[in-house]
Design a protein around this ligand. Structure first.
Ligand code: GLY
Length: 254
């Protein structure tokens, strides 16, 4: 069960967020704020306490708060973002995390790691080796996990921005998979829900207690999740999609 969620409001500079899809246009700030409010409401429906931090104009991607920490049952890892324009975002999270955790760990250079590359399955953490997360950063997280009686393993990646761009663990051995992860041997023992290519953005769902948050506008994915017996809440994240963001990136859940 998750009790706490941390989110960070989008800043006006979100329009300059990193994107691999400039053809979608720039996010409209007012709409992004409204969508963020709906996201918070959906999270509250799931029964969590939500701490809302202010956005940071100097960091266009700072609302994607998932990338700056990994929150486990025993410690929080303050990460070291691999994207040049995101370096430093993590520093502002340290005092916030101290309000919840006695034990903080830190990814140190030359290690880089972004939380979007980390998928929790119970006490095991899969860590994607992406353009943002390197082997050194992944190993530092694995070493920290082992210190607290948990484990981690690395997943080689070729295409996706982050590991959770194409994967979402929905508990009870059910895994949403898209793209390069559909046939990946590391996930062969899961009950897979395969996301069709035309809905691949919807692989970035989040299970929060009794609900799965699913982006608005992906009916095949929603139907498959409901067919697995799970309750869905839709949240429109279309403004965040324009800058490669989605439901998991927008919060830390623990
Ligand atoms: N725009 C989200 C990210 O690149 O991290």
């Amino acid at each position: 069960m998750f009790k706490n969620v941390i989110v960070r409001k989008p800043s006006k500079s979100l329009s300059n967020g990193i994107t691999s899809n400039p053809q979608y246009g720039q996010p409209i700030y007012e709409n992004a704020l409204l969508q963020h409010d709906s996201y918070i409401e959906a999270l509250k429906t799931c029964g969590v306490e939500v701490q809302v931090l202010n956005g940071a104009e100097e960091y266009p991607d700072s609302c994607f708060v998932e990338d700056v920490a990994v929150c486990t049952r025993s410690f929080a890892m303050v990460t070291s973002p691999g994207a040049a324009t995101r370096k430093g975002e993590e520093k502002e999270m340290i005092e916030v995390l101290k309000g919840y955790y006695e034990n903080l760990e830190y990814i140190k250079a030359p290690g880089t790691l972004e939380g979007g590359d980390v998928m929790m399955v119970g006490d095991h953490y899969y860590i994607g080796l992406s353009d943002r997360t390197n082997q050194e950063g992944a190993q530092q997280l694995i070493d920290a996990l082992m210190k607290y009686d948990m484990q981690g393993s690395v997943i080689e990646m070729k295409e996706m921005l982050h590991l959770k761009t194409g994967l979402a663990y929905l508990e009870d051995n059910v895994l949403l998979v898209a793209g390069e992860f559909i046939e990946h041997p590391a996930f062969s023992d899961y009950k897979k829900i395969v996301i069709p290519e035309d809905e691949s953005y919807a692989a970035n769902c989040i299970r929060v207690n009794d609900y799965v948050l699913v982006p608005t506008g992906y009916p095949k994915t929603q139907e498959a999740i409901e067919a697995a017996g799970l309750k869905v809440i839709n949240v429109d994240t279309s403004e965040y999609k324009k800058v490669d963001g989605g439901l998991s990136c927008l919060s830390l859940r623990f």
